[in-house]
Design a protein around this ligand. Structure first.
Ligand SMILES: NC(=O)c1ccc[n+]([C@@H]2O[C@H](COP(=O)([O-])OP(=O)(O)OC[C@H]3O[C@@H](n4cnc5c(N)ncnc54)[C@H](OP(=O)(O)O)[C@@H]3O)[C@@H](O)[C@H]2O)c1
Length: 293
């Protein structure tokens, strides 16, 4: 797919930075495979990439951008690990991520989890806003933040994040957090937009797929697009990577959208719970990786 054929539109973030509505997520792509996967995604037409220090594959993203001459020409997000929260550690960790990505400026930097247990996310946010003022990052945001966490950022710094990257898929769509973001002008970015692949077997999704002659994955991703969310599906297979970008030749009806909205189940989470600090970067996980002592 060429740039001309890639029909993905930009979403404007508060502050004016534009982010392509569909990106490619690289969580769980092994370090050794990341450069190839990102090069394939670039070839297919992706122009937005989502990585994180905690994925241990920022170098692979950077290597692909360098090899293809696309550094600085596509949108790149990375995220701060829980164990690097705090004012000074944030600045050090950001520089490390920027170096691994080989970028002069990072398009978007997110606090990966509020990790309220250590209560450092406000000072972390202040450091990120300063980095943005210095011009080394363009947009500042958060991930897995609940309204109570965002309220504190606003109260203590006067600035809301441009984006909240949260788990959203048919069986866990977080209407309450999305409503809060909508009211505060914060763009919602859906991670695990396919529910790790599990939400595609819902009868409502399957029947819409049959009606439009597309795969269930494309129905789920189109549901996000029509709901205005930014999405970052991950696949290791080029045919699926292509499908996940090919979302602009059909339109779901209002009834189909409503039927998928109605699948929300508060127990349908596939990732960690920010309210209880249970997530993929738990202290136990960090200890086992040797990241904290
Ligand atoms: N901020 C956070 O805390 C956080 C947490 C989780 C994820 N994320 C971000 O969100 C991105 C995506 O989330 P995710 O990887 O958890 O879940 P996902 O994108 O919802 O699902 C990925 C799974 O679906 C399969 N899949 C992808 N496209 C498919 C298709 N067209 N048909 C059938 N199966 C398909 C993939 O298998 P194959 O690879 O085998 O195709 C993979 O097993 C991550 O890469 C990461 O960037 C962020």
């Amino acid at each position: 797919m060429t740039d001309e054929q890639n029909a993905v539109e930009d979403v404007e973030l508060p502050g004016g930075v534009k982010i392509p509505q569909v990106g490619f997520g690289v969580f769980q792509i092994p370090r050794k495979d990341t450069q190839k996967a990102v090069e394939e995604a670039l070839e297919i037409g992706y122009r937005h990439f989502d990585t994180a220090a905690a994925y241990y594959n920022e170098e692979g993203v950077g290597a692909a951008l360098k090899a293809t001459g696309m550094a600085g020409k596509v949108f790149v997000t990375t995220k701060l690990r829980n164990c690097d929260q705090g004012y000074e550690p944030t600045k050090v960790a950001f520089e490390e991520s920027r170096r691994k990505l080989g970028l002069e400026r990072v398009d978007m930097y997110l606090i990966h989890w509020p990790f309220a247990l250590i209560d450092r996310y406000v000072e972390t946010w202040k450091a990120i806003l300063e980095l943005r003022e210095q011009g080394v990052l363009r947009a500042a945001g958060v991930s897995n933040f609940l309204p109570e966490h965002i309220e504190r950022l606003i109260d203590e710094t006067g600035e809301a994040p441009a984006i909240d990257q949260i788990e959203v898929h048919p069986r866990f769509s977080q209407p309450d957090v999305r409503e809060y973001c909508h009211e505060h002008g914060i763009v919602v970015e859906a991670y695990s937009p396919l529910g790790h692949g599990a939400d595609m077997n819902a009868p409502e999704v399957v029947s819409a797929a049959k009606a439009h002659g597309v795969t269930p994955a494309r129905v789920v991703l189109r549901w996000h697009i029509q709901s205005g969310r930014v999405i970052i599906p991950k696949s290791s297979h080029p045919d699926r990577m292509r499908q996940n970008l090919d979302l602009f030749g059909f339109e779901l009806t209002d009834a189909e959208i409503a039927a998928i909205d109605a699948l929300h189940d508060p127990s349908g989470r596939v990732s960690g719970d920010p309210a209880t600090n249970v997530n993929s970067q738990s202290w136990a996980d960090q200890f086992s990786r040797g990241n904290v002592s």
